[in-house]
Ligand binder design. Sequence first.
Ligand SMILES: Cc1ncc(C[n+]2csc(CCOP(=O)(O)OP(=O)(O)O)c2C)c(N)n1
Length: 309
Amino acid sequence: MYRDMLLIRRFEEAAARLYAQGKFGGFCHLYIGQEAVGTGVIYALQEKDYIISTYRDHGHALVRGLDPRALMAELLGKRTGIVKGKGGSMHFFDVHKNFLGGHGIVGGHVALASGVGWAIKYKKLDAVVVAFFGEGAANIGAFHEGLNLAALWKLPVVFVCENNHYSMGTPIYRALSVPDVSIRAVAYNMERDKFDGDDVLYVYKRILPYIEKARRGEGPSLIEISTYRFRGHSMSDPAKYRTPEEVETWKRRDPISRAQKMLEYNGVDEKEFARIEAEVRNIVEDAIRFSEESPEPAPYELYTDVYVE
Ligand SMILES: Cc1ncc(C[n+]2csc(CCOP(=O)(O)OP(=O)(O)O)c2C)c(N)n1
């Protein structure tokens, strides 16, 4: 788990550098600071389970085991990218890993998650689907439609709200009439929970029963996990709407330092941390090299993958 969180951090630091150097454009939303949420939740899943995510999808994709080379190449818009360089940062997708995107429309994929849940039930698959979204999505119509049908049809969905306290530059108190997202589950007769997301093991332990409940066919849950993004909303956001003190307070709860302290306490020594750091740096450097050497998509690719054939 520690290694995966560090991989997200180093991968995204590299992505930020490449973006600043103009190696790629478009939108790029970093997950830095939120690593313990995606990691803790995805470790509680099995390979046969499905994941659906937002435009802040790098972390979820890496923990699910999507190829870092293909992800980096996707950022750079290369033909070797995970979706052939056509989706970019917001639209990672890998059907072989049951990773169903990367979605740019806030909350739209929450309804899709219920569709996936319905497909799992209809096909009698032994699987669940986790939908990640921010607290801003809880105000969108598709969120409510998705929750209603999931509860009504007892679909195997776990709705995971990564509450990082801001929707772009808008703090919770300006956007949510009820600041507690999880309480919305009550309106749909759905189980709910709410907890902090800076301790990866804690996240894992708290989410597991809801995933198992969904797997037993006992219906969906809405889980709100409190977290914080250390960077701006996207690469083009200087994040002036937060005080440096607020950001510092949250950085003191950095999920990676926290996991490191816990491992140190359990006897993991400096050498082992250095080994993991080197391994992760190699993966990221290799992904960058691979991406930079990869070709651009051919012009005819503009017309492929537009419709399902
Ligand atoms: C339907 C829709 N409305 C507006 C936007 C523009 N937009 C992009 S991200 C965002 C904020 C979403 O915040 P939140 O759901 O809390 O997620 P976070 O970025 O904090 O992870 C908005 C309004 C959009 N992409 N889709």
